[in-house]
Design a protein around this ligand. Structure first.
Ligand code: GDP
Length: 836
């Protein structure tokens, strides 16, 4: 009772004191219904039951009590009568109670009905107020919930009054029982109709109740059911929509690469981006339109929108590059491409020059040869050979690493006066790895100390068995200086080439490899390309590495402009949009758009790769740095050069600079003008930029000025190297050299007021100098190091005291001096060191 009273205070409107709904009013005319019947019911209903049985029990008790004593019979009768009366009274009381309870129940019912009517009215009001639709929804949900709770509570009271319960009360009670739901509901309906209480609304309510009952009024259950219904509605709506769409929809073949940006996918499907994002969200992927999704996810989406996926690999853009196998009948012989390898100073360059000079007919192109990174010679027997003019293993392997297997034959140069050396072994390994046949050129055979057989036997250890040792590897004794054996070497190469049966199809679109590339001031980017298959012609559109272009001009190794270049012919190619790198593969394609697309794709891919590698390097570098940080100073630099060869040479030279204290770190070395990107990179690392035969473009110059990045230009590698050495030397901490200048021995220690302890000394060696550093040694152990506060000769402060003289000395901030201690006097000088 007190509970419901407590609630009553909440009820402002009519019937507040009764169970059922009360209406709370808020500002702005908002209302809210609060159910107050629940607890009251619970409190009220059990009371008559328990109260009644309780009072019944009590009524019985007095009947057993003795009423008075006249005679026993009388007494017995009286007692019986009294008991009967008491029983009667108790019965009457019980009936009255029951009646009262029934009345109470009826009243409650009425109230309930009233409450329902009220509630209904309110609902109707709310329904009229369309603007408050949202609010109403919430309210209804709340009502339903409360009702469920109320109905759930009701059955608890049922047993007490079940027998006397009028049929009219049945529905609500019945409503509490979950099982005979349907019949209850029917009965509800009947009754509602009979009672003429707006059956439609009541139906709705009871319907709601039923649902709630079925779900035992659990809130979660209710919410689930609501959500389910919503989902169902949504499904139906979408189905309807989808159906409508599919009727007009064009099913597209959607090309999806390995990853695709959501907006691009939407674009390709011709769907709205928002719809695609929504669909992804439904799949549990929270992505924005600018994020990428993988191919599998994209497939689900594409299918969801009713399109067909066409999976493409990113690299598919390269498919336009003609990769058709050549037919046997199209193939014709081609010259071999030869690379000369060997240990440093064994004569690679000399040999290349010798071959070239021997074979370049005087007068041809004025006898002036042009180094374009490769050249062709014709042997006496008429075989043409192409030599790569870029000796060095790095070039060979970096080309191989880029997938450009250019070399057909390796000439391994071994100096007869030196035999097999580390780089010889390396060269053998490279040739073997590339499965390229070798020819051994035993060089410097003109030298008196030459021992070609030592070379042959040495080579055995590395599984190179030359013909003279009954092996299969051709060996030729040559001299780059005298020209001895050169023809023989060329014939050996020609023979080897014959064995290889090198063939190519000159009729197809050209493909080739970049031997060298540079940025030419007058001609723009220039690449020396060794055509490997097909024929490269002026006007051809091509893609080369991350660059593309249209052949503006072709220039051969003799400096002549040519119209075309067939297999194994090295030519300079003009008309590139940028500078490619050595080892990049050139492919002729049909259209400019294709070339551009491929180049862009490659550039993007390379960028990602670089970014990944950059991150990795940084981490590695950080780790390495952390280890060595304390004692190794680093001079970071950035190198841009006109040709790949120069860049590599500079990098190599840079690597040699430095010792265990200072190091030059080449952040980046590339070909071409110094760009803003270079300046940005340099700025980030506090590095200067070195341009070798290249200049910074205008934006880079501006950026450098702004950011304070130093750009230096060079045209001689040694100048550059010297400057870097000087800069690196600046990083070496100046060496501090200590010069011993004298010893003094303490004879006595005085105490001088205002000065402290003063040592009476004899300079035993060298000089004592006021400005010098001093150490106090006691039994040859340094116990203090500092400076002098005073140096006195007799009473005078002096700058210097010579050996053999006595003096007074006092230390700055140090007093623990004793007789027999030795004072060491020294001076320090800083020596600037240089790298060498
Ligand atoms: P690379 O480092 O292998 O290119 O060797 P180089 O071609 O620069 O030659 C190194 C040195 O060996 C040079 O001083 C050449 O003059 C010398 N040299 C090269 N070939 C011969 C040769 O056949 N006979 C003699 N006597 N010296 C040679």
């Amino acid at each position: 009772m007190s509970d419901s009273d407590g609630k009553k205070t909440l009820g402002v409107r009519s019937g507040g004191g009764r169970p059922g709904q009360v209406k709370q009013s808020f500002s702005h005319g908002r209302t809210k219904n609060v159910v107050v019947e629940t607890k009251r019911k619970r409190v009220v209903v059990p009371k008559p039951g328990t109260g009644k049985s309780g009072s019944g029990g009590h009524a019985g008790d007095p009947s057993r009590r003795p009423g008075g004593i006249s005679d026993t019979e009388m007494e017995r009768r009286m007692r019986a009568l009294k008991a009967a009366k008491a029983n009667e009274a108790a019965e009457a009381q019980r009936r009255a109670d029951e009646e009262k309870q029934r009345e109470e129940t009826r009243r409650r019912r009425r109230e309930e009905i009233e409450a329902k009517e009220r509630e209904q009215r309110e609902r109707e009001e709310a329904a009229k107020a369309k603007a408050e639709a949202e609010e109403r929804k919430r309210k209804e949900a709340e009502e339903a919930k409360k009702h469920a709770a109320a109905e759930k509570a009701a059955p608890k009271a049922a047993p007490a009054a079940a027998a006397a319960q009028p049929a009219a009360d049945q529905p609500v009670r019945g409503g509490g029982k979950p099982t005979p739901r349907k019949t209850d509901r029917e009965r509800d309906d009947d009754r509602n109709n009979r009672n003429n209480r707006g059956g439609r609304n009541d139906n709705r309510r009871s319907g709601k109740l039923t649902v709630n009952q079925a779900l035992t009024g659990g809130e979660g259950g209710r919410q689930r059911s609501m959500a389910a219904m919503k989902r169902k509605q949504e499904r139906i709506r979408q189905k309807a929509m989808g159906g409508a769409e599919s009727r007009e929809k064009i099913v597209r073949d959607v090309q999806v690469p390995e990853t695709i940006v959501v907006s691009e996918l939407a674009n390709r499907m011709a769907e709205r981006v928002a719809d695609v994002v929504k669909e992804l969200m439904k799949m549990g992927m929270m992505v924005t339109q600018n994020q990428s999704i993988d191919q599998d996810t994209a497939e689900l989406i594409v299918e969801e929108f009713g399109h067909k996926i066409v999976r493409v690999s990113d690299a598919d853009v390269e498919d336009v590059i003609d990769s058709v196998e050549d037919k046997a009948e199209d193939l014709t012989g081609r010259p071999p491409v030869v690379t000369i390898m060997g240990h440093v100073d064994h004569g690679k360059t000399s040999l290349l020059d010798a071959i070239r000079n021997a074979k370049v007919v005087a007068g041809e192109a004025g006898g002036i040869t042009q180094h374009i990174g490769a050249y062709q010679v014709t042997t006496d027997s008429g075989t043409t050979l192409s030599f790569l003019d870029t000796p060095g293993h790095a070039a060979f392997t970096s080309m191989r690493a880029r997938g450009a297997q250019v070399t057909d034959i390796v000439v391994l140069v071994v100096a007869a006066d030196d035999a097999v050396m580390p780089q010889t072994i390396e060269a053998i390994a490279h040739a073997k790895a590339a499965e390229v046949p070798m020819i051994v050129a035993i060089n410097k055979c003109d030298k008196p100390e030459a021992n070609p057989d030592k070379v042959r036997t040495d080579l055995l250890q590395h599984e190179v068995i030359v013909e003279k040792m009954s092996g299969e590897v051709q060996d030729v004794e040559v001299s780059a200086i005298t020209g001895k054996g050169l023809d023989e070497l060329l014939e050996s190469i020609a023979l080897q080439a014959e064995i290889l049966e090198l063939k190519a199809n000159p009729t197809r679109a050209a493909s080739g490899a970049v031997i060298e590339a540079k940025l030419d001031v007058g001609r723009g980017p220039v690449a020396t390309v060794l055509v490997q298959n097909g024929t490269l012609r002026q006007g051809d559109i091509f893609v080369v590495g991350e660059q593309w272009g249209k052949v503006r001009a072709l220039i051969n190794d003799k400096g002549d402009r040519v119209k075309e270049a067939g297999p194994s012919v090295p030519v300079e190619v003009l008309g590139l949009n940028g500078t490619p790198e050595a080892g990049d593969v050139l492919n002729v394609v049909e259209a400019e758009a294709q070339a551009r697309e491929i180049a862009e794709y490659r550039a993007d891919a390379a960028k990602e790769k670089r970014a990944a590698a950059g991150a990795a390097t940084t981490l590695e570098q950080l780790m390495a740095k952390a280890k060595e940080d304390e004692n190794v100073a680093e001079l970071p630099i950035l190198v841009k050069a006109d040709v790949q060869g120069s860049a590599e040479a500079i990098v190599q030279a840079m690597e040699k600079i430095g010792n265990n204290e200072v190091r030059v770190r080449v952040l980046h070395a590339g070909v071409g003008a110094i760009t803003e990107t270079d300046v940005g990179l340099a700025e980030a690392s506090g590095a200067p930029v070195f341009g070798f035969n290249v200049r910074a473009n205008a934006p880079a110059r501006n950026a450098a000025n702004q950011k304070g990045v130093e750009i230096r230009y060079y045209s001689v590698i040694y100048d550059l190297v010297d400057d870097v050495k000087a800069a690196a030397s600046g990083l070496l901490s100046a060496e501090v050299r200590e010069n011993f200048i004298g010893y003094a021995e303490i004879k006595e220690v005085f105490k001088v007021t205002g000065v402290g302890k003063v040592a009476g000394c004899l300079v035993t060696e060298g000089v004592a100098r006021r400005s010098a550093g001093v150490r106090l040694l006691r039994d040859n152990v340094v116990i203090h190091e500092g400076t002098l506060k005073t140096l006195k000769r007799f009473k005078d402060e002096v700058a210097e005291v010579q050996s053999g003289q006595e003096c007074g000395m006092a230390f700055e901030n140090y007093d623990d001096i004793r007789p027999a201690d030795v004072i060491e006097i020294f001076e320090r000088e800083e020596v600037q060191r240089t790298l060498d």
